[in-house]
Write a protein that binds this ligand. Structure first.
Ligand SMILES: [Zn+2]
Length: 54
C-alpha cells in the first residue's frame, strides 16, 4: 500500500500500520500532520487531513 501525504507530498511510511483500514488515524513522519483513512482502493490509500500538526 502506498500513501502520499497531502500536505508535504512525501510518501508516508505505512510499516507501522500493517492492518490499515478505513477510519484509521495516521501521522505523517515528515510533517507531523494527522490524517484519517477515508478509503482504500487496491494499493491506493485516500486520506483526509484532521489536524494540521505542529
Ligand atoms: Zn506530511
Amino acid at each position: 500500500m502506498k500513501l502520499i501525504c497531502p500536505e508535504c507530498k512525501n510518501e508516508v511510511n505505512l510499516d507501522n500500520y500493517p492492518d490499515l483500514e478505513k477510519g484509521q488515524v495516521i501521522e505523517c513522519d515528515m510533517c507531523g500532520i494527522t490524517l484519517v483513512v477515508n478509503e482504500i482502493e487496491g494499493s491506493d490509500v485516500k486520506v483526509e487531513i484532521i489536524d494540521e500538526g505542529k
